[in-house]
Ligand binder design. Structure first.
Ligand code: GLY
Length: 392
């Protein structure tokens, strides 16, 4: 395949000139980093070199059922964040961040999963930014190539880990790894397959009202799209909240890497659906279509959505929209930092953010802390602080 594609450098995030975080934000951030310091220190000292996904009764489940191996980057990502933000012990967090990143390097060639971005963008990107060591960038590039190697010409997508005829919305959070590798190496074929994947996802998994389907199934021989389904949502035509967060965040990121306004339009449509459905409570249930949800909240969706909305605020251009997105993101992290959600440093609960869910259908990590919820929460607060400190 050949293509005249030229990728722009990654678009900067620009908020309206007079945008300011509320005064309450500073105390929120202080509280959150104190909790994160206590919880992550305890986890790595009690269970060194383990990567739990979710808690049970507030205790990390070590070597529990994972369904798929997609979470090994989040703890390392938290350690990188703490190496800059922890109230104490930053050097030891830095040492641990390098160590937990090294532990996953071998996964860069793992072509059995669809989510190497979750592993490597949270870890090796930070290591490369902190050190400038080109060997760390090479790890990112290799992981990006591995991501793209899953591409299926028939159908035009990278399949989910489940089976070759399955496409997940989650992959939108990882596909920028292939775009990054393309940018760094000038490999336009790599960019072309990544962009094709995003266009396929946009066409078949995003509905007219801006809601996202979790999964789509294809005919393996013809590549024809067959139907929308779900693995973690309530029903095939439901709206799984975390998938909605992956969509609004992922399409925004892909717009950042390509400058292609079709992806910006999809990020806006999915963000508007998310905001319309979280106006009151701010924190969604696992799936908006579940009648009278047994568990009211899926906090990890809210944490990821806040990060995606914050990013989109910096990309959208229109100051009114930017404010709506930024304000919703800030109000969401403030709600997640309230006593109902944020664990206290001294309490037995081992995670940071409560009331998240991994997989309701399989009964894994339901109404618990989940590692990616903690990670996106910290990552979003870090980005807001960075804006406060540098204006971008
Ligand atoms: N399958 C990735 C997630 O649970 O969001």
């Amino acid at each position: 395949m050949s293509s005249p594609l030229v990728l722009p450098t990654v678009l900067p995030l620009v908020l309206p000139n007079d945008y300011r975080l509320p005064e309450s934000f500073d105390s929120v951030a202080t509280r959150v980093w104190a909790t994160a310091t206590a919880k992550v220190n305890k986890l790595i000292s009690q269970h060194p070199d383990h990567f739990p996904l979710y808690t049970e009764g507030g205790r990390w489940v070590i070597d529990g059922e994972a369904w798929t191996n997609w979470c090994e980057g989040f703890l390392g990502g938290e350690l990188w964040l703490l190496s800059r933000r922890a109230p104490a012990g930053r050097d030891s967090f830095h040492t641990a961040a390098e160590h937990y990143s090294e532990l996953i390097e071998h996964r860069k060639t793992d072509d059995t999963v669809h989510d190497l971005g979750f592993l490597f963008w949270s870890t090796y990107r930070r290591w490369f930014e902190a050190s400038g060591d080109p060997a760390k960038r090479d790890v990112l590039i290799e992981a990006g190539r591995t991501t793209a190697s899953r591409h299926r010409t028939v159908g035009g997508y990278m399949p989910s880990f489940r089976q070759p005829d399955s496409l997940f919305i989650d992959i939108m959070m990882n596909i920028h790894m292939a775009l990054y590798a393309a940018q760094q190496t000038g490999d336009t074929d790599l960019a072309a397959v990544a962009i094709e994947h995003c266009l396929t996802t946009r066409r078949y998994l995003i509905r007219g009202d801006g809601s996202a389907s979790h999964e789509g199934m294809f005919d393996l021989e013809t590549g024809a799209f067959l139907r929308q389904t779900t693995q973690q949502g309530f029903s095939d035509d439901g709206s799984w909240a975390r998938g909605q967060a992956w969509a609004l965040y992922g399409f925004g990121t892909v717009y950042r890497f390509t400058g292609d306004r079709r992806f910006l339009a999809t990020a806006i449509a999915t963000a508007d659906f998310y905001i319309d459905n979280t106006r009151g409570e701010l924190i969604p249930p696992n799936d908006w279509e579940e009648p009278s949800p047994v568990h009211s909240y899926e906090s990890s969706a809210a944490a990821a959505a806040a990060g995606g909305l914050w990013q989109l605020a910096g990309l959208v251009g229109d100051p009114l929209r930017a404010r709506v997105y930024a304000d919703h993101a800030v109000r969401t992290v403030e709600r997640l930092a309230s006593p109902h959600f944020l664990a206290r440093p001294e309490e037995d609960w081992e995670g940071i953010v409560k009331h998240g869910t991994y997989h309701e259908g399989k009964g894994l990590g339901v109404d618990e802390s989940v590692m990616w919820g903690d990670y996106w929460f910290l990552d979003t607060i870090d980005q807001m602080q960075q804006f406060q400190e540098t204006g971008s």
